[in-house]
Design a protein around this ligand. Sequence first.
Ligand SMILES: C[S@@+](CC[C@H](N)C(=O)[O-])C[C@H]1O[C@@H](n2cnc3c(N)ncnc32)[C@H](O)[C@@H]1O
Length: 268
Amino acid sequence: MDQKSHWDDVFAQNSAFFGEAPSDFARRCCELFQKEGVRSVLELGCGQGRDTFLFAQQGFDITCVDYSETAISAVKEKAQKASLTAQIHAQTHNLKEAMLFSDNSFDACFSHMLLCMHLSTAEIGFVLREMHRVLKPGGIAVYSVRNNFDKHYRAGTHLSEDIYDVGGFVIHFLTEEKIKKLAKGYDIVEINRLEEGSLPRDLFVVTLRKAASPENWELEDTKESKDMNDPMQKFQEFLDATLAPRVLENKTKQLVTLAAALAAGCDP
Ligand SMILES: C[S@@+](CC[C@H](N)C(=O)[O-])C[C@H]1O[C@@H](n2cnc3c(N)ncnc32)[C@H](O)[C@@H]1O
Protein backbone atom coordinates (compact mmCIF):
# COMPACT_ATOMS: atom_id res chain seq x y z
CA MET A 1 0.00 0.00 0.00
CA ASP A 2 1.37 3.46 -0.84
CA GLN A 3 1.97 5.85 2.06
CA LYS A 4 -0.81 8.28 1.15
CA SER A 5 -3.40 5.47 1.27
CA HIS A 6 -1.80 4.20 4.47
CA TRP A 7 -2.22 7.60 6.18
CA ASP A 8 -5.80 7.89 4.85
CA ASP A 9 -6.58 4.49 6.42
CA VAL A 10 -4.87 5.34 9.71
CA PHE A 11 -6.81 8.61 10.02
CA ALA A 12 -10.10 6.98 8.97
CA GLN A 13 -9.73 4.38 11.73
CA ASN A 14 -8.76 6.81 14.50
CA SER A 15 -10.16 10.33 14.72
CA ALA A 16 -7.20 11.49 16.85
CA PHE A 17 -4.29 9.25 15.88
CA PHE A 18 -1.68 11.50 17.58
CA GLY A 19 -4.08 12.45 20.41
CA GLU A 20 -6.37 15.44 20.89
CA ALA A 21 -3.81 17.61 22.68
CA PRO A 22 -1.31 19.75 20.77
CA SER A 23 2.29 18.55 20.61
CA ASP A 24 4.96 19.84 23.00
CA PHE A 25 6.85 21.01 19.95
CA ALA A 26 3.95 23.20 18.76
CA ARG A 27 3.55 24.72 22.25
CA ARG A 28 7.24 25.72 22.20
CA CYS A 29 6.88 27.13 18.70
CA CYS A 30 3.91 29.29 19.78
CA GLU A 31 6.17 31.04 22.27
CA LEU A 32 8.81 31.60 19.60
CA PHE A 33 6.23 32.88 17.09
CA GLN A 34 4.82 35.32 19.64
CA LYS A 35 8.32 36.61 20.43
CA GLU A 36 9.02 37.03 16.71
CA GLY A 37 5.75 38.90 16.04
CA VAL A 38 4.56 36.20 13.63
CA ARG A 39 1.01 36.53 12.28
CA SER A 40 0.73 34.07 9.37
CA VAL A 41 1.89 30.45 9.68
CA LEU A 42 2.10 27.73 7.02
CA GLU A 43 1.91 24.20 8.46
CA LEU A 44 3.10 21.29 6.30
CA GLY A 45 1.84 17.75 6.97
CA CYS A 46 -0.77 18.87 9.51
CA GLY A 47 -2.47 15.46 9.86
CA GLN A 48 -5.71 15.76 11.84
CA GLY A 49 -4.77 19.25 13.01
CA ARG A 50 -3.87 18.83 16.69
CA ASP A 51 -1.31 21.67 16.31
CA THR A 52 -3.29 23.65 13.71
CA PHE A 53 -6.00 24.34 16.31
CA LEU A 54 -3.48 25.47 18.91
CA PHE A 55 -2.04 28.01 16.45
CA ALA A 56 -5.53 29.26 15.52
CA GLN A 57 -6.58 29.53 19.18
CA GLN A 58 -3.40 31.49 19.89
CA GLY A 59 -4.45 34.05 17.27
CA PHE A 60 -2.26 33.04 14.30
CA ASP A 61 -3.66 32.92 10.80
CA ILE A 62 -2.91 29.33 9.83
CA THR A 63 -2.75 27.70 6.42
CA CYS A 64 -2.21 23.96 6.59
CA VAL A 65 -1.61 21.27 3.98
CA ASP A 66 -1.50 17.48 3.97
CA TYR A 67 -1.89 14.92 1.17
CA SER A 68 -4.44 12.90 3.15
CA GLU A 69 -7.96 13.90 2.10
CA THR A 70 -9.31 12.15 5.22
CA ALA A 71 -7.15 14.35 7.46
CA ILE A 72 -7.96 17.60 5.64
CA SER A 73 -11.73 16.88 5.66
CA ALA A 74 -11.51 16.27 9.43
CA VAL A 75 -9.63 19.57 9.95
CA LYS A 76 -12.20 21.48 7.90
CA GLU A 77 -15.11 19.89 9.77
CA LYS A 78 -13.57 20.63 13.17
CA ALA A 79 -12.78 24.22 12.12
CA GLN A 80 -16.43 24.72 11.19
CA LYS A 81 -17.64 23.30 14.53
CA ALA A 82 -15.19 25.51 16.44
CA SER A 83 -16.12 28.61 14.37
CA LEU A 84 -12.46 28.93 13.30
CA THR A 85 -12.91 28.89 9.51
CA ALA A 86 -11.65 32.48 9.23
CA GLN A 87 -8.33 31.51 10.90
CA ILE A 88 -7.77 27.99 9.49
CA HIS A 89 -7.24 27.43 5.74
CA ALA A 90 -6.79 23.71 5.07
CA GLN A 91 -5.86 22.21 1.68
CA THR A 92 -4.85 18.82 0.31
CA HIS A 93 -1.46 18.92 -1.35
CA ASN A 94 1.36 16.47 -2.04
CA LEU A 95 4.52 18.25 -0.93
CA LYS A 96 6.59 16.46 -3.57
CA GLU A 97 5.05 19.07 -5.88
CA ALA A 98 5.44 22.86 -5.86
CA MET A 99 3.02 24.71 -3.57
CA LEU A 100 0.48 27.11 -5.05
CA PHE A 101 1.28 29.95 -2.62
CA SER A 102 2.94 33.18 -3.76
CA ASP A 103 6.57 34.00 -2.99
CA ASN A 104 7.24 35.82 0.33
CA SER A 105 3.76 35.22 1.73
CA PHE A 106 4.16 33.71 5.24
CA ASP A 107 5.88 34.92 8.42
CA ALA A 108 6.65 31.36 9.55
CA CYS A 109 6.59 27.75 8.41
CA PHE A 110 5.98 24.86 10.81
CA SER A 111 6.11 21.12 10.23
CA HIS A 112 6.03 18.37 12.82
CA MET A 113 7.36 14.98 11.61
CA LEU A 114 6.65 15.67 7.93
CA LEU A 115 10.18 15.90 6.58
CA CYS A 116 10.96 12.44 8.02
CA MET A 117 8.24 10.78 5.95
CA HIS A 118 8.77 8.83 2.68
CA LEU A 119 10.92 11.55 1.09
CA SER A 120 14.44 11.13 -0.29
CA THR A 121 17.10 13.64 0.76
CA ALA A 122 16.64 15.41 -2.59
CA GLU A 123 12.87 15.59 -2.00
CA ILE A 124 13.36 17.02 1.51
CA GLY A 125 15.68 19.60 -0.12
CA PHE A 126 12.90 20.45 -2.56
CA VAL A 127 10.33 20.99 0.25
CA LEU A 128 12.79 23.20 2.17
CA ARG A 129 13.41 25.22 -0.97
CA GLU A 130 9.65 25.66 -1.44
CA MET A 131 9.38 26.77 2.21
CA HIS A 132 12.15 29.28 1.53
CA ARG A 133 10.27 30.61 -1.52
CA VAL A 134 6.97 31.20 0.32
CA LEU A 135 8.55 32.62 3.50
CA LYS A 136 8.91 36.39 3.82
CA PRO A 137 12.52 37.65 3.97
CA GLY A 138 13.87 36.88 7.46
CA GLY A 139 10.92 34.52 8.12
CA ILE A 140 11.40 31.49 10.32
CA ALA A 141 11.05 27.81 9.52
CA VAL A 142 10.72 25.31 12.35
CA TYR A 143 10.54 21.60 11.83
CA SER A 144 10.94 18.30 13.64
CA VAL A 145 12.18 14.96 12.29
CA ARG A 146 12.83 11.48 13.71
CA ASN A 147 16.58 11.14 14.21
CA ASN A 148 19.36 8.56 14.17
CA PHE A 149 19.11 8.14 17.99
CA ASP A 150 15.48 7.00 17.75
CA LYS A 151 15.00 3.43 18.97
CA HIS A 152 13.31 2.53 15.67
CA TYR A 153 16.31 3.69 13.61
CA ARG A 154 17.50 0.72 11.55
CA ALA A 155 14.52 -1.35 12.79
CA GLY A 156 12.06 -2.59 10.18
CA THR A 157 12.77 -3.08 6.50
CA HIS A 158 15.47 -0.96 4.89
CA LEU A 159 14.23 0.78 1.72
CA SER A 160 16.98 3.23 0.73
CA GLU A 161 19.28 5.91 2.26
CA ASP A 162 18.28 6.02 5.97
CA ILE A 163 14.67 5.20 5.09
CA TYR A 164 12.94 2.24 6.79
CA ASP A 165 9.47 0.72 6.73
CA VAL A 166 8.58 0.37 10.40
CA GLY A 167 5.30 -1.54 10.72
CA GLY A 168 3.87 -0.01 7.55
CA PHE A 169 5.00 3.57 8.34
CA VAL A 170 7.89 4.68 6.12
CA ILE A 171 10.32 6.86 8.06
CA HIS A 172 13.46 8.72 7.00
CA PHE A 173 15.73 9.05 10.06
CA LEU A 174 17.86 12.20 9.80
CA THR A 175 21.33 12.86 11.19
CA GLU A 176 22.47 16.30 12.34
CA GLU A 177 24.99 16.28 9.47
CA LYS A 178 22.17 15.85 6.94
CA ILE A 179 20.06 18.58 8.57
CA LYS A 180 22.98 21.01 8.28
CA LYS A 181 23.53 20.15 4.61
CA LEU A 182 19.80 20.62 3.94
CA ALA A 183 19.78 24.13 5.45
CA LYS A 184 20.85 25.83 2.21
CA GLY A 185 19.43 29.36 1.95
CA TYR A 186 18.82 29.53 5.71
CA ASP A 187 20.74 30.58 8.80
CA ILE A 188 20.60 27.79 11.36
CA VAL A 189 19.25 29.28 14.61
CA GLU A 190 19.33 26.02 16.56
CA ILE A 191 19.13 22.23 16.34
CA ASN A 192 18.03 20.45 19.53
CA ARG A 193 16.90 17.00 20.57
CA LEU A 194 13.41 16.43 21.93
CA GLU A 195 11.69 13.24 23.08
CA GLU A 196 7.97 13.18 22.49
CA GLY A 197 5.07 10.77 22.93
CA SER A 198 4.89 7.44 24.70
CA LEU A 199 7.26 5.52 22.35
CA PRO A 200 9.07 7.95 22.88
CA ARG A 201 9.99 9.40 19.48
CA ASP A 202 13.50 10.86 19.42
CA LEU A 203 13.39 14.05 17.36
CA PHE A 204 15.67 16.76 16.11
CA VAL A 205 13.84 20.08 16.34
CA VAL A 206 15.28 22.62 13.96
CA THR A 207 14.88 26.41 13.81
CA LEU A 208 16.00 28.17 10.63
CA ARG A 209 15.79 31.75 9.44
CA LYS A 210 15.38 32.55 5.74
CA ALA A 211 18.56 34.10 4.35
CA ALA A 212 19.48 35.17 0.80
CA SER A 213 18.95 32.53 -1.91
CA PRO A 214 22.20 30.70 -2.67
CA GLU A 215 23.55 30.86 -6.24
CA ASN A 216 23.43 27.10 -6.39
CA TRP A 217 20.74 25.07 -4.58
CA GLU A 218 22.49 21.76 -5.32
CA LEU A 219 22.99 19.73 -2.10
CA GLU A 220 26.42 18.40 -1.21
CA ASP A 221 26.58 14.63 -0.72
CA THR A 222 26.17 13.37 2.83
CA LYS A 223 28.52 10.67 4.12
CA GLU A 224 25.61 8.24 3.84
CA SER A 225 25.01 8.99 0.15
CA LYS A 226 28.76 8.87 -0.59
CA ASP A 227 28.85 5.40 0.93
CA MET A 228 25.84 4.36 -1.16
CA ASN A 229 27.34 5.88 -4.32
CA ASP A 230 30.56 3.95 -4.15
CA PRO A 231 29.95 0.32 -3.15
CA MET A 232 33.12 -0.88 -4.99
CA GLN A 233 35.23 1.44 -2.88
CA LYS A 234 33.52 0.08 0.28
CA PHE A 235 34.24 -3.47 -0.94
CA GLN A 236 37.89 -2.60 -1.57
CA GLU A 237 38.18 -0.96 1.89
CA PHE A 238 36.75 -4.12 3.46
CA LEU A 239 39.22 -6.38 1.61
CA ASP A 240 42.18 -4.12 2.39
CA ALA A 241 41.29 -4.14 6.09
CA THR A 242 40.80 -7.93 6.11
CA LEU A 243 44.06 -8.70 4.30
CA ALA A 244 46.20 -6.25 6.27
CA PRO A 245 49.17 -7.89 8.03
CA ARG A 246 48.53 -9.36 11.51
CA VAL A 247 44.72 -8.76 11.38
CA LEU A 248 43.62 -12.33 10.66
CA GLU A 249 45.16 -15.80 10.40
CA ASN A 250 46.09 -16.89 6.86
CA LYS A 251 43.39 -19.57 6.74
CA THR A 252 40.69 -17.03 7.75
CA LYS A 253 42.01 -14.57 5.15
CA GLN A 254 41.63 -17.23 2.46
CA LEU A 255 38.07 -17.97 3.55
CA VAL A 256 37.08 -14.27 3.65
CA THR A 257 38.58 -13.71 0.19
CA LEU A 258 36.74 -16.76 -1.15
CA ALA A 259 33.42 -15.58 0.35
CA ALA A 260 33.95 -12.04 -0.98
CA ALA A 261 34.72 -13.36 -4.47
CA LEU A 262 31.59 -15.54 -4.44
CA ALA A 263 29.44 -12.60 -3.18
CA ALA A 264 30.81 -10.42 -6.01
CA GLY A 265 29.91 -13.12 -8.56
CA CYS A 266 33.55 -13.96 -9.53
CA ASP A 267 34.82 -17.43 -10.32
CA PRO A 268 37.25 -18.13 -7.42
C1 LIG B 1 3.85 11.71 11.31
S1 LIG B 1 2.39 12.46 10.66
C2 LIG B 1 2.36 13.97 11.57
C3 LIG B 1 1.03 14.68 11.53
C4 LIG B 1 0.96 15.98 12.31
N1 LIG B 1 2.04 16.89 11.95
C5 LIG B 1 0.98 15.71 13.79
O1 LIG B 1 2.08 15.79 14.39
O2 LIG B 1 -0.08 15.38 14.34
C6 LIG B 1 2.93 12.95 9.03
C7 LIG B 1 1.88 13.62 8.19
O3 LIG B 1 2.47 13.98 6.95
C8 LIG B 1 1.59 13.70 5.88
N2 LIG B 1 2.42 13.50 4.69
C9 LIG B 1 3.37 12.55 4.48
N3 LIG B 1 3.92 12.69 3.26
C10 LIG B 1 3.34 13.77 2.69
C11 LIG B 1 3.49 14.42 1.44
N4 LIG B 1 4.37 13.98 0.51
N5 LIG B 1 2.73 15.51 1.17
C12 LIG B 1 1.84 15.96 2.10
N6 LIG B 1 1.63 15.37 3.30
C13 LIG B 1 2.38 14.30 3.59
C14 LIG B 1 0.80 12.48 6.35
O4 LIG B 1 -0.44 12.36 5.70
C15 LIG B 1 0.66 12.76 7.86
O5 LIG B 1 -0.49 13.48 8.12
